[in-house]
Ligand binder design. Structure first.
Ligand code: FE
Length: 215
């Protein structure tokens, strides 16, 4: 079976947001689709290991923020490559409220939010069915998952349904670049990578210098 066929499916890049008690949290998702139009119901797939999964099960409500092509990689890193269990992902993120959920003010072309009306457990992910109660369209071009990979040079977190362990960037020149093995960020600073302080952390996923690999 050639799992690369799934790269020919279309996906977006979304930040799924919810509440952790009184605290805002969320994560990046790429598997989200509309199931019915009236009432409007969408399905969203979230890995069991994502802290957001547990929070959605408790709050029974979520919002899907549709990222635009100009969304910064650090925004994706903030929501996609660290756990809401350990950090407040909304600490430096401007947000407003939609149906009881925090939604991003910037870098999105809109959102929809609503109640979880059901779910299905797969081996690794929960598929949440959400009846939409609030939605807003903003400006901007939605980022596709293909754009995220090809133009933004982004990677799939291990928790993503679309994660393929053999992922490689065909454009790479071997031995020339220091690449974060966690998020795919390529170091492009003026100081040679070897001379960076040991305190250096990946600006996208905040992992230490030691996770960088020369490729
Ligand atoms: Fe990183």
């Amino acid at each position: 079976m050639d799992k690369n066929i799934f790269r020919n499916l279309s996906y977006g890049v979304y930040v799924v947001t919810t509440m952790d008690g009184m605290r805002q949290t969320g994560c990046v998702a790429n598997s989200c689709m509309q199931i019915t139009s009236d009432p409007a119901v969408v399905a969203v797939s979230i890995n069991h290991d994502n802290y957001t999964n547990k929070c959605i099960k408790e709050s029974k409500s979520l919002a899907v923020n549709i990222l635009t092509e100009n969304a910064d990689m650090t925004l994706i890193g903030n929501f996609g490559f660290q756990s809401g269990k350990d950090v407040n992902k909304f600490e430096n993120i401007p947000f407003e409220w939609a149906y009881g959920n925090p939604v991003l003010k910037d870098s999105t072309c809109g959102y929809f939010a609503g109640d979880v009306i059901g779910s299905y457990e797969t081996g690794t992910h929960t598929v949440f069915f959400v009846e939409i109660k609030d939605a807003e369209v903003k400006s901007g071009t939605p980022m596709t998952y293909a754009y995220y990979h090809k133009v933004k040079n982004g990677k799939s977190p291990k928790n993503a349904p679309t994660y393929l362990p053999e992922e490689k960037d065909e454009k790479e020149t071997p031995g020339k670049k220091w690449v974060c093995s966690v998020c795919g960020y390529i170091y492009q600073g003026d100081i040679p990578f070897e001379e960076l302080s040991e305190d250096f952390v990946c600006p996208v996923c905040k992992q230490p210098k030691s996770v960088f690999e020369q490729k």
